[in-house]
Write a protein that binds this ligand. Sequence first.
Ligand SMILES: [Zn+2]
Length: 80
Amino acid sequence: MTIQALPIYRATSIHPGIRPNRTFGQGRTCDALGCTTRLSVYNRSTSCSVHEEIRAYVVRGRRRPREEVRRLATGRAHTS
Ligand SMILES: [Zn+2]
């Protein structure tokens, strides 16, 4: 019986040089006036979820069909 050359498995780190999550400072509070909501250190925004600038909703997971997005956008009050 011969010993076959074993394949060489090299252990490589999946995430070489992995760093801890980037954080954005501890003990920050929401920028909005009078709001004392503590911001998560992982929250890159300067305001809480309630006061953060309204921006395009970031869809996670299922993407809304364009038609639905438009319908939601036009549903906003338009004063001008
Ligand atoms: Zn706030």
